[in-house]
Design a protein. Structure first.
Length: 94
């Protein structure tokens, strides 16, 4: 259980490197003007570190009593990793 938490959080930390580049490039969505979708896009990418830290704290507080809840909570940042990874893969291959 502890191994899973540590390994997954190390992976999340490693994903901060491409996140920084992606977050910086996401501001280019404002080149066409400010719309609600552009703001939500940048905001959705920008909150990744906050959710990563919050989910890590909650998972470590839950890991003794509620193991399954700790694992599910720790997997929430994977939504960002998977969605941004899919978006970058799509942009690269097309």
């Amino acid at each position: 259980m502890k191994k899973f938490l540590v390994i997954s959080q190390i992976i999340y930390l490693l994903f901060l490197i491409p996140w920084l580049f992606t977050f910086g490039m996401s501001f280019m969505s404002f080149d066409g003007g400010f719309t609600a979708l552009n703001i939500l896009f940048v905001l959705g990418i920008g909150v990744y570190p906050l959710f990563m830290i919050a989910c890590s704290i909650v998972a470590w507080t839950l890991h003794r009593r509620y193991k399954r809840a700790a694992i599910l909570t720790n997997c929430v940042p994977m939504l960002w990793v998977g969605s941004i990874g899919t978006l970058l893969l799509y942009a690269t291959l097309s």
